[in-house]
Design a protein around this ligand. Structure first.
Ligand code: ARG
Length: 471
């Protein structure tokens, strides 16, 4: 008989594990995060075992109370994390046996750590993804509010980071609404993928007991038990889906962060980030740096690497469970902890961002952002677009050489460039009018943008409703 401090599996072994093997093998330093989910899974498993008569009612009551006590110890930070216990699943079971004796030794009937850990991870991910979904709606809300406030604000839209065409600030911000609402959908899909329960798969082949998987699945809030026990214990697609969604979301956060960094430079001067999200310099007293944005941008690299990490870890793994999979959690936990900060931090920054409308407008005015509109004006007067493009290009070149704006060109000069020009030209080169003309579906006209805002608000409301229903 093995002593309580031995491994659960030590019966087969003559030698104790090498110290280096213990170090290599232990995951408790990180998988302690699964403790509440492991306990939740054990409670459902134990209750089901009692229902099918594997445990007596008294035995289950002891297990229930014992696991309750373990949970309390864990919540109070009194639970002992020892690498000799390998992982959190073993540590909890050992502690349970310490607390309640014989009945505790029966809990692992009809169960393997393989289905146990996959179940704990799926439950953990459900919780975390739900929190991310809530955080994403918070971000969408912040973006929407800023966009609504920016319906009359004009700034240059950029391509190649060169001033391109004037757009409404609301339109610009709503582009991010689109990006993050796609992330919301991707996260939701990852949540769906985590709704299939591995518990009951045993080590890989199923178990020798008449277990009721439907029942445990329902109790744990899963949609259904997995349909193939070998897939159940080796599947980590839900984690990959999550990391893929997280990576995409982080790319979007990084792009917004980069744009805020640009907008808050003295060169742009389009916006100012609240003091609370910036920091100063240890030597240059005047500095106010967009550190939060830079770090959000940098963390996108880490999240993408986590996605790649788990992809690589799973690549080529034969069925079914392999110990490699123990390290899936490193990528998942790191990503969860990253997004838990980056999404709300971005929401906070957007909500408190100060916009410099004058600078935005001035940048649009200083530019040749209406050149396309002039070409279209000439098309309206009968020129082919390619000819019109050339005429306007030459006018821009002339303006640059003479240090003039498009509005400074005299009608005489215009007519010598193309006889089709007339006095109505000066009404065309008006920013408000130019923006209003971009009235194609999805365009930047106030009418289109107002429609986008309304639609976005409706989408956000249905996201919030869907989350309430699933909670
Ligand atoms: N700590 C392990 C993990 O995270 C639990 C499963 C161990 N299973 C095994 N056959 N050794 O994957």
């Amino acid at each position: 008989m093995n002593d309580q401090n031995d491994k659960f599996w030590s019966g087969r072994f003559e030698q104790p594990p090498h110290e280096l093997f213990e170090q290599l093998n232990a995951s408790i330093s990180f998988d302690w995060r699964l403790a509440p989910y492991d306990i939740q899974g054990s409670l459902a498993h134990g209750r089901m075992l009692a229902e099918i008569g594997v445990l007596s009612g008294e035995e289950f009551t002891l297990i229930e109370d014992g696991l309750g006590q373990v949970m309390t110890e864990f919540a109070r930070g009194e639970f002992n994390l020892d690498i000799a216990d390998e992982d959190i699943h073993t540590a909890i079971e050992k502690r349970l046996i310490e607390l309640i004796g014989e009945a505790g030794k029966k809990l692992h009937t009809a169960r393997s750590r393989n289905d146990q850990v996959a179940t704990g991870l799926a439950l953990y991910m459900q919780d975390q993804i739900r929190q991310h979904l809530a955080d994403v709606t918070g971000l969408l809300e912040a973006i929407l509010d800023k966009a609504a406030a920016g319906q009359a604000v004009i700034l240059p839209g950029y391509t190649h980071l060169q001033r391109a065409q004037p757009v409404l600030l609301a339109h610009h911000l709503l582009a991010y609404f689109e990006m993050f609402s796609r992330d919301y959908v991707r996260l939701w899909r990852a949540l769906d993928a985590a709704m299939v329960m591995p518990l009951g798969a045993g080590a890989l082949a199923g178990v020798n007991y008449p277990i009721n998987r439907e029942h445990t699945a329902a109790e744990l809030g899963f949609e259904r038990p997995g349909s193939n026990s070998m897939d159940d214990v080796s599947n980590r697609d839900f984690a990959l889906d999550y990391l893929g969604a997280a990576s995409n979301l982080s790319v979007h956060l990084s792009r917004l962060a980069a744009e805020l960094i640009l907008w808050t430079t003295s060169e742009f001067g389009f916006a100012e980030i609240a003091d609370a999200f910036t920091s100063g310099s240890s030597i240059m007293p005047q500095k106010k740096n967009a550190d939060a944005c830079e770090l959000i941008r940098a963390r996108a690299a880490k999240v993408a690497a986590n996605h790649m990490g788990l992809t690589s870890l799973l690549t080529g793994l034969p069925l079914a469970y392999n110990k490699d999979m123990q390290e899936d959690k490193l990528y998942v936990f790191d990503t969860v902890e990253t997004l838990t900060v980056t999404i709300p931090a971005m929401s906070g920054m957007i909500a408190t961002l100060t916009i410099n409308e004058e600078r935005m407008l001035a940048a649009a005015e200083e530019s040749f952002a209406l050149a396309t509109d002039i070409a279209d004006y000439l098309v309206d007067k009968g020129l082919a677009f390619r000819d019109a493009h050339r005429v306007v290009g030459e006018l821009v070149r002339k303006c640059i050489a003479e240090n003039k704006k498009l509005g400074d060109i005299s009608l005489e000069e215009l007519r010598s460039a193309a006889p089709e020009f007339d006095g109505s030209y000066y009404g065309v080169i008006d920013l408000q009018a130019a923006v209003a003309r971009k009235d194609s579906y999805g365009g930047t006209s106030p009418k289109q943008v107002a429609a986008q805002l309304t639609a976005a608000r409706e989408r956000l409301d249905s996201m919030l409703e869907a989350m309430e229903e699933s909670a």
